[in-house]
Design a protein around this ligand. Structure first.
Ligand SMILES: [Zn+2]
Length: 188
C-alpha cells in the first residue's frame, strides 16, 4: 500500500511508502491530510511527560516544501504496464480483452516507417493482431484502430502507476481526470 503525497497546492507529487510518510510526519512537514487513516506508528516515550509518541498516517498527505515536479512539464514515462492500463487491456484492433502476457506494445506507425516510441504512437494489441499488422500502418494493413492513443495527464499517470489504489485515493485522483478519460471508476 502507498500513500499519495501532494504538494502544498494539492497536486500529486509521488506515491510513497508508509515509512517515507512517517518521516514527513516526524519532520513536521505534513501540512494537511485527507483520506482515511491507514496506519499507526508508535515511537519512543517522552522523557518528561512519559507519553508515547504516536503517528497516524493518512492515505493522502499534503506536504510543505518545494514541489518536486511541475505538472505542466510532465511527460509521463511509457511502460507496457501503464500502456495496457491506459487501454484497459483491450486490443486496439480486434477489441478482445486479454491478460498482460498476451498483450504487446503496438506502434501505430511502425519503426520501419519512422514511427516513434511515444504515447501518441502506441496502442495495446494482442499478439496475433500485432503479428498480422506487421510493419504496416493501419491503413496499409486494412486494420482500423478501435480507439485513439493519447498522452496520460498527471492524474491519469498516478492512477496508471499504482495497481493497488485505495478508494479515497482513486476518488481524489478521479477529480483531476478529463471527462473523456477512459480511467473513470465504474467504466469498463
Ligand atoms: Zn487483437
Amino acid at each position: 500500500m502507498k500513500v499519495l503525497k501532494l504538494s502544498g497546492q494539492g497536486l500529486p507529487q509521488s506515491w510513497i511508502s508508509l515509512e517515507q510518510a512517517v518521516i514527513h510526519y516526524a519532520a513536521d512537514e505534513v501540512r494537511w491530510e485527507i483520506g482515511a487513516p491507514v496506519a499507526v506508528f508508535r515511537g519512543g516515550h517522552n522523557a518528561i511527560t512519559g507519553r508515547q509518541s504516536v503517528i497516524t498516517v493518512s492515505s493522502i498527505i499534503g506536504t510543505r516544501g518545494v514541489p518536486g515536479i511541475n505538472p505542466f512539464q510532465l511527460r509521463p514515462g511509457l511502460t507496457n504496464a501503464k500502456l495496457f492500463a491506459r487501454d484497459r487491456n483491450i486490443c486496439a484492433y480486434c477489441g478482445g480483452h486479454f491478460g498482460e502476457h498476451d498483450l504487446t506494445r503496438e506502434h501505430v506507425v511502425p519503426f520501419a516507417q519512422q514511427g516513434r516510441d511515444t504515447w501518441m504512437n502506441v496502442v495495446t494489441a494482442c499478439r496475433p493482431c500485432n503479428h498480422r499488422k506487421s510493419s504496416r500502418t493501419p491503413e496499409q494493413a486494412g486494420m482500423a484502430l478501435l480507439y485513439a492513443p493519447y498522452v496520460p495527464s498527471l492524474w491519469e499517470d498516478f492512477i496508471l502507476r499504482n495497481r493497488r489504489i485505495l478508494a479515497d485515493q482513486m476518488e481524489f485522483l478521479s477529480r483531476g481526470l478529463p471527462r473523456t478519460s477512459r480511467l473513470h471508476p465504474g467504466l469498463s
